[in-house]
Design a protein around this ligand. Structure first.
Ligand code: AMP
Ligand code: FE
Ligand code: FE
Ligand code: ZN
Length: 298
């Protein structure tokens, strides 16, 4: 049987593994396919594609966007997007800019509590265009202001704590449009972590393609529940570990491995969408394809 992990973050966002380390982990866990879903960036995709190609692992371009519908935050996973798509690149660059500003705001709030953390220390640790709370947490630990990440989140960073600054959110409808415009599939991430299922029918109306039924934080009952919803609305089924390297204490890769059959269904959906658009480009990459052939709908 072949397995895939379709949700992970490298050091191009808030994970700690390089794309190459992530792929080596994937190989150890016997994965046949991997998708990279860094927050608000596709920068790691080219290197990950190359590393996967060397090991005969199929690679899928992706990203994870923060979105909102009816005041409820949700995360949208994008798969098979063209990583050269200008509209996508321009829009995520703006989210990266806001993430960088948000670091200054979080640090200022921490400084007000007489903790002399410096924004530069956070940016040095992040060393990427898409910094986030885990980088602030790591800087707090490295600076000796907190004993571990849990303390950093509990004292400062989690919602309702003094240094919590909400992230910029894209309207979910716009996010789906943006992903489709870049030739990709839009998938609702970890639905059990959202406040409500009520938004699902609206996402379906907006053209969402799939739902992440399998996730590290989903119980077996959660997965069963969302498999039922996928079947009711005829949605693609995805899943992944949401591995962040060591950022969450231990690498989560291997905790969720989905049947490769789900990837086949995603590829068929992409091919179908592109055929309807009337272009003859191959919809998906295989390990044998050169990196430039990945996800280019033209
Ligand atoms: P941000 O996108 O900047 O709001 O940061 C969200 C990230 O912080 C997600 O990847 C979460 O998994 C991570 N996170 C939330 N709570 C914790 C925690 N207690 N320890 C480590 N990471 C956390
Ligand atoms: Fe994250
Ligand atoms: Fe998420
Ligand atoms: Zn994630």
């Amino acid at each position: 049987m072949k397995f895939a992990d379709l949700h992970m973050h490298t050091s191009f966002s808030d994970g700690t593994f390089s794309p190459e380390e992530m792929v080596a982990n994937g190989q150890r866990h016997g994965l046949s396919a991997m998708a990279l879903t860094d927050h608000d960036t596709v920068e790691g995709c080219a290197r990950m594609n190359e590393a996967c190609g060397k090991l005969g692992i199929e690679f899928i371009n992706g990203t994870e966007l923060t979105a909102e519908l009816d005041g409820i935050e949700l995360h949208l996973l994008a798969y098979f997007v063209d990583i050269q798509n200008q509209k996508l690149l321009v829009e995520i660059a703006e989210f990266q800019r806001v993430r960088q500003e948000r670091i200054y705001e979080m640090v200022a709030r921490i400084n007000k509590l007489n903790v002399p953390l410096q924004a530069e220390a956070v940016f040095k640790i992040a060393n990427c265009r898409s910094p986030g709370r885990p980088h602030v947490g790591r800087a707090l630990v490295q600076g000796g202001f907190c004993v571990n990440m849990d303390e950093a989140f509990d004292r400062f960073l989690k919602k309702h704590r003094p240094a919590y600054v909400p992230k910029a959110k894209m309207s979910a409808l716009h996010g789906i449009e943006l992903i489709h415009g870049a030739g990709g599939l839009a998938v609702m991430a970890h639905p059990a972590l959202n406040q409500s299922d009520n938004i699902i029918p609206k996402l379906v109306d907006a053209g969402v393609d799939g739902i992440e039924c399998f996730h590290t934080k989903h119980s077996p009952a959660d997965s069963k529940h969302y498999l039922g919803i996928a079947s009711r609305y005829n949605l693609l089924i995805t899943g992944g570990s949401d591995c962040h390297g060591m950022s969450k204490g231990r690498p989560l890769m291997g905790t969720v491995k989905i049947d490769y059959m789900y990837v086949e269904k995603m590829k068929a959906a992409v091919a179908d969408r592109r055929a309807k658009k009337g272009n003859g480009e191959p919809a998906v990459s295989s390990p044998a394809n050169p990196p430039s052939a990945v996800g280019h709908p033209q």
